[in-house]
Design a protein around this ligand. Structure first.
Ligand code: PEP
Ligand code: MN
Length: 298
């Protein structure tokens, strides 16, 4: 007897036919469908590095971090204007003013911006500023939000729910695709499993990357910052994610210049620009190696 709601990978062609590799056989089995945000290509020849503060906390902080991540070699800028916080008494983000600041930082540096939308009522507003919408872990199964994000036609970064199976995650992506929007990038950000909370914030599920690639043609990236929650673990998690085939990384970065304020949000997991630069160098070296390998193969 099967249990109601219990689904396995064999159910994916029924749950998410629009994004299933097995159903959409027109998409070459080895290929990723490239998602374009400005000049940035997810699923293209080079992993994409998104970096920036957890939250937009001031104009000064955001511009400083944006300039630093650009100089370190990042391809896109992140920053939350609407923050999903555990306590309603904690800083909730700067709201529309935060969107305006992030847009300014993106325009100045030439980096496309991604920012979280939590409320379907604010989707139009966020779309007016952002190049890419982020749907966070807590909202992965907010179906009305997914439908509106689908209707917007904007590229969407869909994070994995913190306790979501692959079927639930891809089912969520299908809600966006069903509205005619295939501009979806998936993001593994760690799941709640033992030993989450003991020495790391979550458990980075690296094995989901090849599993995602087997089941869908959508690109998949990794968030090593929320996955580990510890700044000293972010570099190794980033390199491991790239080695496992991730199409990119989204990393939280703080300003280390003298006089810079400590972030109000997720300060313990933020890396400094110098570490980001090393991660970018690692990615570059991998890309170089694989193009050399290809050149030798012909
Ligand atoms: C974030 O990236 O700002 C964030 C809140 O992440 P998550 O939804 O993965 O917790
Ligand atoms: Mn954060």
């Amino acid at each position: 007897m099967s249990i109601a709601g219990n689904v396995g990978l064999e159910d994916l062609p029924r749950i998410c036919p629009l994004i299933s590799r097995r159903v959409q056989s027109a998409v070459d089995i080895a290929e990723t469908r490239v998602v374009t945000v400005g000049k940035v290509l997810f699923g293209g020849p080079r992993p994409v590095i998104i970096a920036g503060p957890c939250a937009v906390e001031s104009r000064e902080q955001t511009l400083a971090v944006a300039r630093a991540v650009k100089a370190a070699g990042a391809n896109m800028l992140r920053g939350g204007a609407f923050k999903p916080r555990t306590s309603p008494h904690d800083f909730q983000g700067m709201g529309v003013e935060g969107l305006r600041i992030l847009r300014e930082a993106g325009d100045e540096t030439g980096l496309p911006i991604v920012t979280e939308v939590m409320d379907p009522r604010l989707l139009e507003t966020v779309c007016a500023y952002a190049d890419m919408l982020q749907i966070g872990s807590r909202n992965m199964q907010n179906y009305p939000l997914l439908v509106e994000a689908g209707k917007s036609g904007k590229p969407v970064l869909l994070k994995r729910g913190m306790a979501a199976s692959l079927c639930e995650w891809l089912g969520a992506a299908e809600y966006i695709a069903k509205e005619g929007n295939l501009e979806i990038v998936l993001c593994e950000r760690g799941i709640k499993a033992f030993p989450a909370g003991e020495y790391s914030r979550n458990v980075l599920d690296l094995s989901v990357i090849p599993a995602v690639k087997a089941e869908t043609f959508l690109p998949v990236i990794v968030d090593p910052s929320h996955a580990t929650g510890v700044s000293s673990m972010v570099e190794s998690a980033s390199c491991a994610a790239i080695a496992a085939g991730s199409h990119g990384l989204i990393i939280e970065v703080a300003d280390d210049q003298a006089g810079a304020a400590k972030p109000q949000c997720d300060a313990v997991q933020a890396i400094f620009p110098g570490t980001l630069k090393r991660i970018v160098q690692f990615v570059d070296s991998r890309v170089e190696q694989s193009s050399l390998r290809k050149a030798h193969a012909v």
